[in-house]
Design a protein around this ligand. Structure first.
Ligand code: NAP
Length: 245
């Protein structure tokens, strides 16, 4: 029986690359999406054409009922959840004084409550009894260093690191690893708002002199789920081109 991975927010960007990476490695892949239905369907077609096993599932990770139903459906279809990648996220650029309570709530609902929901549901319904598996949570360099104009985002991404470290300790005896991947600047829609000049400035500040690709994050995630990484838990790995050292 093949192993199964769930990747949240996997219709595009970093999540789609993670889904491709696990599909190539022979996993059954659940591609979760929220609003990007067409992109999720295209990715499913692409992977199925290559002979890979995958399903798509619409669920807002902030909605526990939808998340529970997704986990049930994955278990019904594939019978196991071996790897969970909490990738879904949103970002927002605002001066601290302009952030409303609603802005903050929305950010926390997707990133923090979303990660909590999917993780707890997968653990309760399957992983904790299996006593095996890997959870990889996607944070950001800004969750480590903090970013000006992104207090909202930085709060949510540092909370993911705290949650992951605590959970790594609690789940160690159950043989489940929990790690964080905290990317630097990666070429996705999330950075589409930057002008050419701003992107050049960002590249100039990166020791490897370029913005990263989604594949370069997906490879790290895949490694953390591999046999070779079974003794790694509670760690924050940051593919960032040397932007944060
Ligand atoms: P992206 O292309 O905008 O992808 C974000 C994904 O999150 C989308 O697929 C979106 O799904 C999903 N999502 C948002 N709200 C959701 C919800 N309520 N329920 C389910 N899915 C939801 O950006 P990305 O760069 O690939 O981001 C992926 C992750 O990497 C995020 O956690 C982000 O914070 C993190 N990250 C990105 C960078 C970077 O430079 N790009 C750097 C560090 C960390 P739908 O489109 O289906 O709504």
């Amino acid at each position: 029986m093949s192993n199964t991975v769930i990747v949240t927010g996997a219709a595009k960007g970093i999540g789609a690359s993670i889904a491709r990476e696990f599909a190539k490695a022979g996993y059954n892949v659940c591609i979760n999406y929220n609003t990007s239905k067409k992109q999720a369907q295209d990715l499913q077609k692409e992977l199925q054409k290559l002979g890979y096993s995958c399903m798509i599932y619409q669920a807002d990770v902030a909605n526990r009922k939808q998340v529970d139903e997704m986990i049930d459906e994955v278990l019904k279809r594939y019978k196991s959840i071996d790897v969970l990648v909490n990738n879904a996220g949103i970002c927002e650029y605002k001066l601290f004084n302009d952030i409303t309570n609603l802005d903050l709530q929305k950010m926390l609902d997707v990133s923090v409550i979303g990660t909590f929901n999917v993780t707890q549901s997968a653990l309760k319904k399957y992983m904790i009894n299996k006593k095996d598996g890997s959870i990889i949570n996607i944070s950001s360099i800004w969750g480590i260093t903090g970013a000006s104009m992104e207090v909202n985002y930085s709060i949510s991404k540092s909370a993911i690191i705290g949650m992951s470290k605590a959970l790594a300790k609690e789940l160690g005896p159950s043989n489940i690893t929990v790690n964080v991947v905290a990317p630097g600047m990666i070429n996705t829609d999330m950075n589409a708002k930057f002008t050419k000049e701003e992107l050049q400035e960002i590249e100039d500040s990166i020791p490897l002199c370029r913005i990263g690709n989604t594949d370069e994050v997906a490879g790290v995630v895949k490694f953390l789920a591999s046999k070779e990484a079974r003794y790694i838990t509670g760690q924050v790995i940051s593919p960032n081109g040397g932007m944060v050292i």
